[in-house]
Write a protein that binds this ligand. Structure first.
Ligand SMILES: *Cc1c(COP(=O)(O)O)cnc(C)c1O
Length: 428
């Protein structure tokens, strides 16, 4: 047992070895107190898209700290919040014209759900007070979010009795590049749930194209398009949780762009500040926003996290976006994707390995899915010996690198991921 008072996330504190102590970082690497440097294949839970110690982000933070670290957004505003709201409207799919800030992805999703339900009440449909989510979804760890995560495998089944009940459609199964016909079964399954329950459904929530924490399930743009059409048909709002997929992770700025779809509400977080501070944005269309406009003060959106629109977070998010656009990050992501495909997806030996179920990649994301979680036991230590930080979960050994990861570093990561399966002891 460790003597530290620090309680770690998702950790069995009795048996887990002590957490490694990080003292700094540079580029795609972080440094431990013993001087060991590890190449971060996860960019710190998918948010440190510029890597560690990016000089422009640090300067922006320092400069902002000199003028204004924080002020409430209730009745007040400031330039970084105004500018970031405008920038997000500019870069997100056309029609998302209103921005509500909060402090984390989970809270951003709570805001989205509350907005959807209140929207339905204010347009005279109070019976539409439940949500529709997908199996394998992950939308966060707060209570409202837990209730829309996969109820069987989503880490929260323990709380089933405590959580409100929503509806779930089957997880889409057709892969990203499936032809249209191959997606019809998934679409039909979604339609059936809407047909049966639309009268009580306020919104359909989805992680477009990439169900991330639910096992890196990469799905088809046709499914996303069909979801838009079905939501219109059944008078249900469409909410995209782009907390993980936003800011380039799927190869486009937002996953919605692959399908050319505008959701009614969209949530951004992880990559928003380049990972340098916790923050989130919930965007809404004029249609949603309009339902809150009234002479009645009771129709206002009654939500306001203390730290929403924090000036430091907004300022570093603006700088993150500027670097992203000026330094052709989408080009860098395409380069990383080509390496991930060549080194993992096209590797016959890896794909045919008896322990391996599937190997797939989308944008700057790749995963080796194994048949049995046991065959990943020990992989984290193996990777560390080769200078790489991997953090697999369940049956998924994945990488979501920082976009500044160099081609050589990317190959170092894929070599370690493959290397685990060519070491004879791990043949499944
Ligand atoms: C990480 C994540 C969240 C939760 O974000 P937090 O900042 O951890 O609260 C929500 N949705 C998706 C898709 C995520 O990947």
């Amino acid at each position: 047992m460790t003597a530290s008072p620090l309680w770690h996330p998702y950790a069995q504190m009795q048996t887990q070895s002590p957490a490694l102590k990080v003292v700094g970082g540079q580029g795609a690497h972080f440094t431990l107190e013993n001087g060991e440097s590890l190449l971060d294949a996860t960019c710190s839970w998918w948010c440190m898209i510029h890597g560690y110690s990016h000089p422009r982000l640090i300067d922006a933070l320092k400069d902002q700290a000199d003028s204004l670290c924080h002020v409430m957004l209730g009745g007040l505003t400031h330039e970084p919040a105004n500018q970031l709201a405008a920038a997000l409207v500019r870069i997100t799919p056309a029609g998302l014209n209103h921005v509500f800030f909060s402090d984390s992805g989970s809270v951003g999703m709570e805001v989205a759900m509350k907005m959807a339900v209140q929207y339905q009440v204010q347009r005279g449909r109070p019976g539409k007070h439940r949500l529709l989510s997908l199996m394998r979804a992950y939308h966060g760890d707060t209570t409202g979010c837990m209730a829309v995560c996969d109820p069987e495998e989503g880490m929260h089944s323990l709380f089933a009795g405590y959580l409100p009940r929503h509806h779930f459609a089957p997880a889409p199964t057709a892969p990203f590049d499936a032809p249209g016909e191959a997606v019809e079964g998934d679409i039909q399954a979604l339609r059936e749930v809407l047909e049966a329950h639309h009268q009580e459904i306020a919104a359909l929530l989805m992680e477009p194209l990439l169900q991330a924490a639910g096992g890196l399930n990469m799905t088809s743009p046709y499914y996303v398009q069909a979801a838009r059409e079905l939501c219109d048909e059944f008078d249900v709002l469409l909410v995209f949780d782009e907390v993980a997929t936003g800011f380039g992770r799927t190869g486009r700025m937002f996953a919605a762009e692959h399908a050319d779809v505008t959701p009614d509400i969209m949530v951004l977080s992880k990559g928003l500040t380049g990972g340098y501070l916790g923050h989130a944005a919930t965007l809404a269309t004029d249609k949603v926003y309009g339902a809150f406009l009234s002479e009645d003060p009771g129709h206002a959106f009654m939500h306001g996290p203390t730290f929403m629109g924090n000036p430091l977070a907004c300022r570093v998010a603006l700088e993150s976006l500027a670097v992203f656009e000026e330094e052709d990050y989408l080009g860098k992501i395409a380069t990383l994707n080509a390496i991930l495909r060549q080194e993992l997806v096209a590797d016959e030996r890896l794909c045919r390995h008896p322990a391996v179920n599937d190997v797939r990649a989308l944008g700057a994301t790749a995963v080796i899915e194994v048949k049995d979680a046991a065959s990943l036991k020990g992989v984290q230590g193996f990777a560390r010996q080769h200078g790489v930080w991997l953090r697999p979960f369940g049956r998924w050994l994945y990488t979501m690198p920082a976009y500044i990861t160099t081609p050589d570093e990317m190959r170092q990561i894929t070599d370690v991921m493959k290397g685990w399966f060519s070491a004879t002891a791990n043949s499944g």
